[in-house]
Design a protein around this ligand. Structure first.
Ligand SMILES: [Cu+2]
Length: 144
């Protein structure tokens, strides 16, 4: 009796598996959601614009860091950086793969950070150039 039940269940299970939709498990193959942020301003203000960034876990983002100012700035959010999976960073003619901790953008420069947030939380963002955070170059990043 027991053997007959198993014989009836196994083909059914196979049918369910065959009917499951085929979906790519490769999150890095998504089309990235583009988010732009300015580090500093043309007028020399020590700000991030916008100063609050919100991301959703599991989606691929392309965060474009622009520096329209005349001095270098850092995008530094260490706890945030360890809560995302970095696909790559593109800057100039180079592409960087691996764990990213912080990014410095030179005057007039730009960097593109491709990542998938993996852990929810609220994180502090700051520029680590001496005096900049104190002058207001701070922000907040939310992963939900
Ligand atoms: Cu700065």
């Amino acid at each position: 009796m027991r053997v007959m039940h198993m014989a009836a269940i196994i083909p059914l299970f196979g049918l369910l598996l065959a009917a499951a939709p085929v979906r790519s498990a490769d999150l890095s193959e998504q089309t990235p959601i583009v988010v732009d942020v300015d580090l500093g301003s043309k007028g020399g203000e020590l700000v991030f614009r916008p100063n609050t960034l919100t991301f959703e876990a599991g989606k691929l983002y392309k965060l474009v860091l622009h520096n329209p100012s005349g001095s270098k700035h850092y995008f530094s959010a260490l706890r945030f950086a360890s809560s995302v999976w970095t696909r790559k960073v593109e800057a100039g003619e180079a592409e960087f793969k691996g764990v990213i901790r912080e990014i410095e953008v030179k005057p007039g420069g730009e960097a593109e950070w491709f990542f998938v947030p993996v852990k929810a939380g609220t994180f502090e963002l700051m520029c680590t150039v001496p005096g900049h955070a104190e002058a207001g170059m701070v922000g907040k990043i939310v992963i939900r």
